[in-house]
Design a binder for this molecule. Structure first.
Ligand SMILES: [Zn+2]
Length: 644
């Protein structure tokens, strides 16, 4: 629909007066023609066929059970400190891959996780395969002292023995057992009563205890124990507490080394507030709470994994399990990067270092062979990019105000307050170049931003408008986004802007001197080179600019007029340079029409910059034959007269 609106309206550009009325009229005529085919016809509303979906899904699907928790406290809480993180990228993440990681890829991934700062890493299901067993041994041998290695095992004797064997010698190790506790799993999958489930969990816990912390030969390792009632999100919460009480009694945890009760949303079945209610219920009903570490393990079936985990933390969870960028079974485990950066942007340190998100993306994409979605929070390619003009303008203004506040030592100077960007891309190793990208939907702000970032030029507003039209035309003609290099190049071409005096320029300024005749009157003598000939030109005015304009006007036999002039410094201190912008008016040689042209020049000296901005603009127009060099005898005579 928007495409019917002329691009000039969309960009809120002032319309050239003579054109605007006509353009509007044309647009409406076009629109009217497009709908005229419909005149008198009625299009009936769509009737839904429900070919596969049920008109009334309640006959097939039941809402999740809620918890009666009238005094729930979590809605008033905020997240104020980092949880204990556990990454299960190498276990839950890896087991979900169509093409699992090779041992080499697992090693690379493991070291990346350590580098990010994860202190608890679930590495494998060592009893399931020799590869998993061997990799667990690798992790045990290569983990820093403060990194605990965790391994998952079913509650069966020979598998538990094999798992403990794989972890032997670790500085810190966690054995993680699980058991089906939800009604549907107990009834449908395992055919086990609640009493049988409790007995089995206790038996497994006692065995792990005997083989680890109670074994005199296993004392070089700090053994921890994790138990997951599966699937907690679908288990009556009273029963979850009951079975965990029994397991706790069998393990006998301490305050220093609490037992980990992992309460998984193995399948996400409800809105996140229901999960939070269950966590708060568990947290307030389990005994010896100080000897218990409550862990969340949220999957993302309903797309609320992050929300459920955050609400779970507010409800009392101490620990969070998940995967980097949300890899994992089905829709994935909760995304740990999103959780961490969500905390970070609230001013709370996640105690993880994501300074170089690109390298994490690289390892994740290489090893998982699953691309990060371009819109994935924080990690996606497009999440820091603004294409639309209004967003670009707002972001650009935000940066300008922030820079000014920093300079002024304003109390808000150190605070990040940029519209549309909740996180400073630099904090995670992304550059600002990615922030504003320019396509045909972009306004003046986008192109101006690129010019500012690449050339240091803060274009005057009207020059921004003019240049953005050229950028839009180019993007339209190519039918794609323009890269910043292309925009910079287009700018150089459009305004004849080169770092040094261009060899192609028809007129080159060799030297000049200005002397003050009186308070209001100055004289310039400038030496210019035209087609290899050195010529002296002279002019008068009240300042260097007007003197030079006067001299060039006489030489070219045309009346040059400065419509706008502005300047600013680039950089500071000794390396500072001056940028000068000129909007120059003159009558075009071909039709005597009055036209205006923008030009810009940069020099170490302000006077040099201002004179060069005029010359650059004149040269640009000479090259486009809007102006011509004096060639006729008459013009040459006039030029000679000007020279004298
Ligand atoms: Zn899982």
């Amino acid at each position: 629909m928007l495409s019917f609106i002329p691009s000039s309206v969309k960009k809120k550009k002032p319309l050239p007066k003579r054109l605007s009325a006509k353009m509007f009229k044309n647009t409406f005529v076009k629109l009217a023609q497009q709908v005229s085919g419909r005149a008198g016809k009625s299009i009936p509303p769509v009737k839904l066929a429900y070919k596969n979906m049920l008109k009334d899904p309640s006959t097939k699907y039941k809402p999740a059970e809620t918890v009666n928790l009238p005094n729930r406290q979590w809605p008033n809480k905020t997240i104020t400190k980092a949880p204990r993180w556990l990454t299960t990228d190498l276990r839950d993440g890896n087991q979900s891959l169509p093409d699992p990681m090779t041992v080499e890829q697992k090693k690379e991934y493991f070291h990346k996780l350590v580098e990010i700062g994860f202190k608890e890493i679930e590495v494998a299901f060592p009893s399931a395969s020799q590869t998993d067993f061997d990799f667990t041994r690798y992790a045990v041998e290569h983990a820093p002292d403060d990194v605990g290695i965790q391994a998952l095992v079913q509650s069966r004797e020979h598998l538990i023995k094999r798992t403990v064997e794989s972890l032997t010698g670790a500085k810190k190790a966690t054995v993680h057992t699980y058991l089906a506790t939800s009604d549907v799993f107990r009834d449908v999958v395992f055919n086990m009563s609640q009493e049988e489930a409790i007995a089995k969990a206790v038996e497994a816990t006692k065995l792990v205890r005997k083989l680890t912390k109670d074994d005199p030969n296993q004392q070089m390792t700090q053994w921890s124990y994790e138990f997951s009632p599966e699937c907690f999100s679908d288990t009556p919460v009273e029963f979850a507490v009951e079975i965990c009480e029994a397991v706790k009694k069998a393990w006998e945890p301490t305050e220093e080394n609490p037992i980990i009760f992992n309460l998984p949303a193995t399948i996400e079945v409800s809105t996140p507030n229901v999960y939070a209610d269950k966590i708060e219920y568990f947290s307030t009903h389990i005994s010896e709470r100080n000897k218990v570490c409550i862990s969340t393990h949220c999957h993302n079936d309903r797309g609320c994994g992050v929300a459920a985990t955050e609400l779970g933390m507010m409800a009392g969870a101490d620990r969070v399990e998940g995967c980097v960028f949300g890899n994992g079974e089905r829709t994935g485990n909760v995304d740990l990067i999103t959780l961490a950066l969500n905390m970070y942007t609230q001013g709370v340190s996640p105690q993880l270092d994501i300074s170089d998100i690109n390298s994490i993306i690289q390892v994740s994409e290489k090893c998982n062979k699953v691309p990060i979605h371009p819109r994935a929070p924080y990690g996606g390619d497009l999440v820091v990019c603004a294409f639309s003009g209004s967003h670009q303008d707002a972001i650009k203004k935000g940066f300008t105000i922030q820079d000014q506040r920093k300079k002024d030592n304003h109390p808000l100077g150190s605070q990040w307050r940029i519209p549309y960007l909740p996180l400073d891309p630099k904090d995670i190793g992304r550059d600002y170049e990615a922030v504003i990208r320019v396509n045909s939907q972009s306004g003046k702000g986008g192109a101006a931003w690129v010019v500012l970032k690449s050339l240091g030029l803060d274009l005057p507003r009207n020059m921004q408008i003019e240049f953005s039209t050229k950028v839009q035309n180019k993007a339209d003609s190519l039918g794609r986004e323009l890269h910043s290099k292309e925009i910079t190049e287009l700018f150089r071409q459009t305004y004849n802007f080169t770092a040094t005096s261009a060899a192609m320029d028809p007129i080159r300024l060799l030297d000049y001197s200005i002397n003050k005749e009186s308070q209001e009157k100055r004289n310039i003598t400038a030496q210019i080179e035209v087609n290899g000939k050195v010529i002296d030109i002279k002019g008068t005015g009240n300042g260097p600019l007007s003197c030079f304009i006067n001299a060039l006007s006489k030489y070219l036999n045309v009346e040059l007029e400065i419509s706008t002039y502005s300047e600013h410094a680039i950089g500071s201190g000794k390396s500072a340079q001056a940028a000068s912008y000129i909007h120059l008016g003159f009558r075009r040689d071909s039709d005597n029409e009055k036209i205006y042209r923008w030009g810009v020049a940069v020099a170490e000296d302000v006077s040099d910059a201002s004179l060069n901005s005029i010359l650059t603009t004149v040269n640009n127009s000479l090259q486009k034959q809007e102006l011509v060099l004096p060639v006729s005898n008459k013009a040459a005579a006039a030029a000679a007269a000007a020279a004298n």
